[in-house]
Design a protein around this ligand. Structure first.
Ligand code: FAD
Ligand code: SF4
Ligand code: SF4
Length: 480
């Protein structure tokens, strides 16, 4: 092993080639090129094969990273794929969009001094190769089971659960209010981070595996939760969180100020060839405009980089804390800066100015005060420090809260937490309604794709346990 691995001293870290910013600004294609085979093997060989691999500990899926790195270094890609897909339903998606700097790579032991192994890029390379070589096959369960499971939500949590349940032979039906499969993977996250074909080939794989989809079907409106419970042996709620947080400031209702997800959805739909009213009218198109994005998370980063690609005149990101305290990935900030985005740190909107539509954001400087109960420094306004920033389009990216789930499903008994997320028993992943489980953002609050996959897998396991126990109990009663 030592011969091939442990190359981190002599081989520097190398990400796949990144396209120049001047080229990236003009299209929505992914920014990284694929690794060449030798490069992937060379980078995988930098791993020091730790006895206690912190990369694996800090991956929410506990992927067997050192082993698939070693197999990649040895050119045994089919085995690397087997291993990597055993713990992750969408390795090529996580490899592209996980914030690796905060998860696996941020905890790689060689990070201190030699820079981390490029785990995400190798993970993506392994599964992209598997797709190219036809190793990714539809599921044919060893035996079919008669029980059917209804899943509400075709985002990563619902899709991961569907795949796991189908592997066990259950009949799986997914309901989604959108017209396409993927949840935020298709309508939230832009193409330059995750090309839509990557999501669509996963959808096809599930369809070929005989998972059925009911699209344009909103549970609570087109079908009731009670109907679903009667139709299916178990139901999984994986509906995500979509209520955009708003800003309380004078002028916030002016035309030209829009929620971030409306903007990103319009851009993604446009890219997929749909006619989108907000885009056609220009209201949600940044072309030729001075754009100000408010927020410092992943959604804000996606907005600024989309605006650049749409041909905005200028793009500014206003965030009330500083660079080190922002929730978004540092890697994304770097990409955005390279592409020409200006970050206005320690600034918050005080008012939106304009007559018929927004013309300026009045922003105030912020000083970070004493840490609060959560340990984060509290932002405090500096008196008389305001400036007016020119803006024709303002995008509000302040995060998301759950919708009113009891009202959505007309189930006043459904247990929710103080934050409005669904309350589950974490051991069983079941809500307080018998046979109704929940997973993903609707349980955690706005989180990450990799956590949604983890929850979807766990929920599938618990649903299987629940149905098996129920069947055994029924059997016992029948025998008595
Ligand atoms: P979702 O992906 O939100 O899917 C929920 C699905 O449920 C949707 O398709 C919705 O239409 C459907 N639904 C809701 N209500 C109903 C109903 N009543 N009936 C039927 N269907 C319903 N995470 C990362 O790891 N990396 C990133 O780079 C990243 N970037 C992001 C960028 C943006 C702009 C946003 C908003 C989020 C980003 N995230 C990122 C977070 C990530 O997308 C989410 O954590 C993840 O998608 C949650 O998965 P989910 O399956 O729980 O929900
Ligand atoms: Fe890293 Fe995400 Fe892959 Fe885990 S799933 S190894 S955190 S990129
Ligand atoms: Fe390899 Fe880094 Fe993981 Fe150690 S922490 S096993 S060096 S990838």
């Amino acid at each position: 092993m030592a011969e091939r691995m442990l190359k981190f001293v002599g081989t520097p870290q190398a990400m796949p080639d990144k396209r120049p910013a001047s080229e990236r600004r003009r299209d929505f294609d992914e920014i990284y090129q694929a690794y060449a085979t030798e490069k992937a093997a060379e980078q995988a060989a930098r791993c020091s094969q730790c006895g206690v691999p912190f990369c694996q500990v800090h991956c929410p899926l506990h992927n067997n990273i050192p082993d698939w790195l070693k197999l990649t270094a040895e050119g045994r890609l089919d085995e690397a794929y087997e291993l990597s897909s055993a713990t992750n339903n969408f390795p090529e998606i996580c490899g592209r969009i996980c914030p690796q700097d905060r998860l696996c790579e941020g905890n790689c032991v060689i990070e201190k001094g030699f820079e981390a192994v490029t785990i995400g890029s190798v993970e993506k390379y392994i599964t992209d190769t598997a797709w190219q070589r036809g190793w990714v096959k539809p599921i044919v369960p060893r035996r079919e089971r008669p029980e059917s499971i209804g899943i509400v939500g075709a985002g990563p949590a619902g899709l991961a659960a569907a795949e796991q349940l189908r592997r066990k032979g259950y009949q799986v039906a997914i309901y989604d209010r959108y017209d396409r499969v993927g949840g935020l993977l298709i309508y939230g996250i832009p193409n330059f981070k995750l090309e839509k074909e990557i999501v669509q080939r996963r959808e096809k794989l599930l369809r070929d595996s005989k998972v059925t989809f009911h699209l344009n079907c909103e549970v609570g409106r087109d079908v009731t939760m009670d109907e679903l419970r009667a139709r299916h042996a178990a139901v999984l709620i994986a509906t995500g969180v979509y209520k955009a947080r708003d800003i309380q400031a004078p002028g916030v209702g002016l035309p030209g100020i829009a929620p971030a997800l409306d903007y990103l959805t319009a851009s993604n739909r446009h890219g997929l060839g749909d006619k989108v009213a907000g885009f056609e009218s220009g209201a949600l198109d940044a072309k030729g405009k001075n754009v100000v994005v408010i927020g410092g998370g992943d959604t804000a980063m996606d907005c600024v980089r989309t605006a650049v690609r749409q041909g905005a005149k200028s793009v500014k990101c206003l965030y009330r804390r500083d660079r080190t305290n922002m929730p978004g990935s540092q890697r994304e900030v770097k990409h955005a800066e390279e592409e020409g985005v200006e970050f206005v740190w320690l600034s918050a909107p005080q008012a939106f100015l304009g007559k018929e539509k927004v013309s300026h954001v009045r922003s105030v400087r912020i000083h970070l005060g004493m840490p609060d109960a959560s340990g984060r420094q509290t932002p405090q306004e500096i008196p008389n420090s305001h400036v007016n920033i020119e803006a024709d389009l303002v995008l509000k990216a302040l995060g998301f809260d759950p919708e009113d789930m009891q009202a959505m499903f007309a189930t006043p008994d459904l247990g929710v937490t103080g934050w409005g997320t669904l309350k589950i028993d974490w051991r069983s992943m079941m809500t307080n309604l018998d046979g109704v489980f929940a997973a993903g953002d609707i349980v955690r609050g706005a989180s990450l794709v990799v956590w949604a996959v983890r929850d979807g897998r766990d929920a599938a396991e618990r649903i299987h346990g629940y149905l098996t126990t129920k069947a055994q109990a029924a059997h016992k009663i029948a025998a008595e």
